[in-house]
Design a protein around this ligand. Structure first.
Ligand SMILES: [Zn+2]
Ligand SMILES: [Zn+2]
Length: 167
């Protein structure tokens, strides 16, 4: 899906590559993210001498679990993409990517997946003041209260709790 025909690009000088990658598409493979809408990828590839420059952006929405209460949260990402491909072996983990030695097709799947992983936050909260789950009975404190006492909580945090109350 995210492939560029290098012969055609060389002839035309530039080419657009637009894709909407739905959840469930093989593109996602075993990436540990949960898209809830198609990932919109809008790119333009340009021949620059022997190099290929790919620029554009992607937008998507992912489902994540709130770090405190585990409720699902929709997380939007919007990322600019800039890739530079050059002939020959390139440094691993470097900024410059290698053009394929054989064939005339450039597959952008891996770098786009990498951008997704970097763009999706590691943690989210459903809201700033999410009260989370009761560590003792597991009730969602946003939705209800429980009779658990706080006695068993770690007292090292007591001064911090007091600070927060005063704030
Ligand atoms: Zn929450
Ligand atoms: Zn409880």
């Amino acid at each position: 899906m995210l492939r560029i025909d290098l012969d055609r690009l060389r002839r035309a000088g530039r080419t657009r590559l637009d894709a909407d990658i739905p959840p469930g598409d093989p593109f996602w493979g075993d990436l540990d993210v949960f898209p809830r809408a198609p990932l919109a990828v809008r790119l333009e590839a340009q021949q620059a001498g022997e190099d290929v420059v790919v620029r554009g952006e992607m937008r998507g929405t992912f489902t994540m679990a709130c770090r405190r209460c585990l409720e699902p949260v929709a997380v939007k990402i919007e990322e600019e993409i800039g890739l530079l491909y050059r002939e020959g072996e390139q440094e691993e983990d470097g900024e410059v990517l290698s053009l394929p030695e054989k064939g005339t097709e450039l597959d952008l799947g891996d770098p786009i997946r990498e951008h997704v992983l970097l763009a999706v936050p590691r943690f989210v909260n459903c809201r700033e003041d999410c009260k989370g789950l009761c560590p003792q009975c597991g009730i969602d404190r946003n939705k209800g209260t429980c009779a658990c006492t706080e006695e068993e909580t770690d007292d090292r945090w007591a001064p911090l709790r007091r600070l927060k109350k005063d704030a």
